[in-house]
Design a protein around this ligand. Structure first.
Ligand code: NAD
Length: 348
């Protein structure tokens, strides 16, 4: 397939690009190269014959029209977004513009392109979203997010993603655009931007800094290894049913405190310090509106598309820690970017 991937220079998009090229697909990577992007993430495939890069903003309708007309993709995998919850608390405007207006602009460009091609049913607009649109769950293992859970977003980030999900669904029902949608739990793995929790902990531990845990660390997330997410997305874009949404989870619920303690234990083995890294853990003021628990019921994608995560969180975290130990030049360069290493999103 020829896949147009938006946000392909980011964390998850770059994993999709690398895997898609590895599977023999052609890829057009469309990315505006914001602060969160890094073209090194796709350096391993940049010279592949099936790979093309277009620096463009999804809010730029003329650019989207030109790129679609010139590359003629079979499917669009839409990952470009502002993605950091803490930044959305400090400055929601760009989240509204990129995640909502940008998705609208891309949908309209896709609709024109698809109509111009004779409305082929084989075309796909795959919208990649988050489980955060469903809000917060009680502390009850029987209760999980399913594809029919009512939307209840709590942060500017999740509200902007929820709005984009509704737009995609509306473009399917109103215009017949052949869409598929996915809502995924928290990702981690190689190339994760150093402002997100797991790299913050790994790099903070190595630097001998306090390891900040929001609130009391009891918030629960369902952790998914990024390569497993990319595999799930490539499964859905090829096999997903038109108009259907799929929840993707790692089957790996952990509290933030458990997660950080696991990371410290892995670091103690792989890069022993003078004292156990867990001694650096410090509890800091909670994020406003911090959701208590996210958990995904992945029954639909498992039973209908035969997809399951391939690694446990312990296996994935070990690979991730090793990757950060082996790729210091990558993360050192990104630590100099604006806002990285600062506590963001405290404003109530
Ligand atoms: N990270 C997670 O745990 C997670 C979980 C579920 C869903 N998601 C969703 O997956 C997608 C990718 O997340 P990520 O963590 O890789 O994000 P990221 O912040 O690492 O990457 C986003 C990419 O989008 C690009 N981008 C931003 N604004 C753009 C614009 N206006 N035009 C073109 N490109 C633009 C950036 O340059 C960057 O390369 C997002 O839609 C996010 O909501 C993320």
């Amino acid at each position: 397939m020829k896949l147009l991937v938006t946000g392909g220079a980011g964390f998850i998009g770059s994993a999709v690009v690398r895997q898609a090229i590895g599977q023999g697909h052609q890829v057009v990577n469309v990315d505006a190269l914001t602060y969160a992007a890094c073209l090194d993430n796709v350096a391993s495939v940049a010279d592949a014959p099936g790979y093309a890069f277009e620096q463009a903003d999804i809010r730029d309708r003329a650019a989207m029209d030109r790129i679609l007309d010139s590359h003629k993709p079979d499917a669009i995998m839409h990952l470009a977004a502002e993605s950091h919850v803490d930044r959305s608390i400090d400055g929601p405007g760009t989240f509204i513009e990129t995640n909502i207006t940008g998705t609208y602009t891309l949908l309209e460009a896709a609709r024109k392109y698809w109509a111009g091609a004779g409305k082929p049913e084989s075309f796909r607009f795959h919208h990649i979203s988050t489980d955060e649109v469903f809000g917060s769950l009680p502390d009850d293992p029987q209760v999980m997010f399913t594809e029919t859970t009512a939307y209840d977003p709590r942060s500017p980030y999740s509200a902007s993603k929820a709005a984009s999900d509704h737009l995609v669904s509306a473009w399917h029902h109103t215009y017949g655009l052949p869409v598929v949608m996915t809502n995924c739990s928290n990702n981690y793995g190689p190339f994760h931007f150093p402002e997100k929790l797991i790299p913050v902990i790994i790099l903070g531990a190595l630097a001998g800094k306090p390891l900040p845990i929001y609130g009391d660390g009891s918030n629960v997330r369902d952790w998914l290894y990024v390569e497993d997410h990319a595999d799930a997305l490539l499964t859905v874009v090829q096999k997903g049913e038109i108009g259907r949404s799929y929840n993707i989870g790692g089957e790996n619920e952990r509290t933030n405190l458990e997660l950080v303690q696991t990371l410290c234990g892995i670091l103690d083995r792989l890069r022993p310090g003078a004292a156990p890294y867990a001694e650096q853990i410090t509890f800091v003021t909670d994020r406003p509106g911090h959701d208590a628990r996210y958990a995904i019921d992945p029954t639909r994608i498992r039973e209908e598309l035969g997809w399951r995560p391939s690694v446990t969180v312990e296996e994935g975290l070990e690979k991730t820690v090793q990757w950060y130990l082996d790729n210091e030049a990558w993360w050192r360069a990104l630590q100099t970017r604006e806002g990285v290493g600062q506590r963001l999103g405290k404003a109530g």
